[in-house]
Design a protein. Structure first.
Length: 245
């Protein structure tokens, strides 16, 4: 027996949090009966429907994509722009991105149909490290980079301490390459952090997520995560949860 929202999340319909909303809104039935209470447990033999559509149990799949610039981190776009799932046309499972990368940001993005797995990775308490390399306008002062390391005030709150490394500078072009490691997921966070110290981000790429890298991939290419990598990610996230609980 497992909680209803967990079953819905595992089927790839939605994240566990979204599944809870669907239950509260009366959009879920178990054996023909509308369920609106959270905490209900169901067995594999129970018939679950979401919006009158029977739940089909998909085998969970996990992918790592090297997202190019100019692609939306979504499964669809009303403006007809390219989305990350366009790179998985041969995949029958209903996959979705774990978190997001901005339209103009390239780099490592995970996709899955396992809502529970996605929820674990995206939970703020889990503090999974994300490493970005930014090309910025101008040459930053060390004291300003220290501000990023301590945490800087943005309009939606102060950021957590970051790791920052100045990789190179080009005095002629007045630009710099900076590596920054964060574990939060605020909207356009890295760009806004640099803007807060007076430097526009010209180019941004996520190079690492936890222990995963882009090694062996070109922009637009993807690979399936190994069973060991999936287990490692779960273990890493749960370990961080224990540390921060």
């Amino acid at each position: 027996m497992e909680r209803l929202q967990k079953i819905i999340a595992r089927a790839g319909i939605a994240s566990r949090r979204k599944a809870e909303e669907l239950i509260k809104q009366g959009q879920v039935k178990v054996n023909g009966k509308v369920i609106t209470e959270l905490g209900i447990k169901v067995s594999p033999s129970d018939k679950v429907e979401v919006n009158e559509i029977p739940l089909e149990k998909e085998v969970p799949v996990y992918f790592l994509l090297y997202k190019p610039r100019g692609v939306i981190s979504s499964v669809s776009d009303e403006k007809g722009r390219k989305v990350v799932t366009d790179y998985f046309s041969g995949i029958k499972e209903r996959i979705f991105p774990v978190g997001r990368l901005d339209y103009d940001t390239s780099g490592l993005l995970l996709l899955t149909n396992d809502g529970e797995f996605a929820n674990i990775l995206m939970h703020p308490r889990n503090e999974i490290e994300k490493v970005y390399v930014a090309k910025i306008k101008g040459i930053p002062l060390r004291e300003n980079l220290k501000k990023l390391e301590r945490g800087i005030r943005l309009e939606d709150g102060k950021t957590a301490p970051a790791k920052v490394k100045l990789l190179s500078t080009d005095k002629k072009k007045q630009s710099s390459i900076v590596e920054i490691t964060i574990h939060e997921g605020k909207n356009r966070q890295v760009r806004r952090m640099f803007e807060a110290i007076g430097h526009e981000v010209l180019k941004l790429k996520r190079e690492r997520y936890a222990f995963l890298t882009l090694n062996g991939l070109k922009a637009g290419e993807a690979r399936e995560l190994t069973v060991h990598e999936v287990k490692q990610l779960r273990a890493h996230a749960l370990e961080e949860t224990k540390k921060n609980s």
